[in-house]
Design a protein around this ligand. Structure first.
Ligand SMILES: [Zn+2]
Length: 56
């Protein structure tokens, strides 16, 4: 995978398990673009926050 913005391939990837799903934070070391994906599908941050919200 490469950065969608600058095409750099030096990315930091952090997998986080939220609500039983594994989402991955990708962070570009070069231009600092960050994005999330949910098992291969890019998702928007509000969706991540929605998954992370604990409903009581
Ligand atoms: Zn980049």
């Amino acid at each position: 995978m490469s950065c969608p913005k600058c095409r750099a391939q030096r990315l930091v990837e952090i997998a986080v398990k939220i609500a039983g799903r594994t989402v991955t934070l990708h962070s570009c070391s070069k231009c600092d673009t960050r994005w999330w994906d949910d098992e291969g599908a890019v998702i928007d941050l509000p969706d991540v926050l929605d998954l992370a919200t604990v409903r009581r």
